[in-house]
Design a protein around this ligand. Sequence first.
Ligand code: SF4
Length: 387
Amino acid sequence: MMSTASETSRPPSWPSPTAAYIHIPFCRHRCGYCNFSVLAGRDDLADRFLEALRWELSRLEQPQTVDTLFIGGGTPTHLPPAWLERLLQLLADWLPLADDGEFSVEANPGDIDRPRLERLRAAGVNRISLGVQSFAADKLRILQRDHDEAQARTAVEQAAEALGNVSIDLIFAAPEETLEGWQRDLAIAAELPITHLSTYALTFEKGTEFWTRRARGGLRQADEDLELQMYQYARQAGAAAGLAQYEISNFARPGRQCRHNLGYWRGRPWYGFGPGATGFLAGQRRTNHRSPTTYIRRCLDGSDPAQECETITVEHWAYERAAFGVRMIEGVDLEAIRLDTEVDLRKTRSQEIADCRRWGLVRLEGEHLQLTEKGIAVADTVSAALL
Ligand code: SF4
């Protein structure tokens, strides 16, 4: 059921963004499961890309201080040192970080070394997210990743020494993966000096090489029971390693939750720059063209790189905040949403919330809606009901 505009009499007062995401599309090659906006093997475009990004950032008109800055990709650290330097300078010029801000960079284990980590640290980076995905040779080969276990271990250790705040991503339910294999990945992760872990089941996205190979019978997707067993094992292993689950796919040591991602789940606005990047600003959600070459061309022509622009009504914002917020293990405060939006989900979603409670998926204590143990495994169903 969609709400109507009459549900709110007050015009939305959108908070100003205090977060920024910058998408860097360069990668050495495209992994078979990846559907991100990526330029593989086209490092020759780095110069034009940075010029395009500079143009897009200049549309801010003046520097905007942010509390969280996240450089993702792609593989930002794949940029050669001189270009990485230019990128960091551009961000320092246009998106200065607040004191005590969080500055995250994504990296692949094969792309970092001590000098590069030192340069990141000097530029204010205080958190790194490493695309480890696995430590097992067979699984890494199937996923088409180009590092091995030794490189992944070294990368985590060096990053921990340089930055002290290291997250790793691990994929589970890869083709041919067993529960024992997944347990080994998690056991190695637990030995390493990480502060944060993100785990995602492999998804087969339309348009990827994996999608085509699965359709032709060349790759077999893990069955749902095994995927669920793996997910539940990750939750146990995370807790045993002192990494508390704080969102469906995310675990952290105390105080080391990703502040940038918490902002998304809490419905805070953010700036987005780069190909395929989405920004959410003053009730508008704008997504740049996914094709890096089109993005570059548009920016260098001085035309808008956005491909989609969606107006988010204050009602829609309320439902999104509930749908994303409920994915956090702490749950979501429906009264806070009501105060910001005048949408009272206890009324407008009363039937859906009652159904989810009857099925044992959520608990509602006062104004606080939270997934139950049973609900954590089917969070997408609960989110869809609230949206
Ligand atoms: S390294 Fe990451 S972003 Fe690059 S192709 Fe592989 S999965 Fe995609």
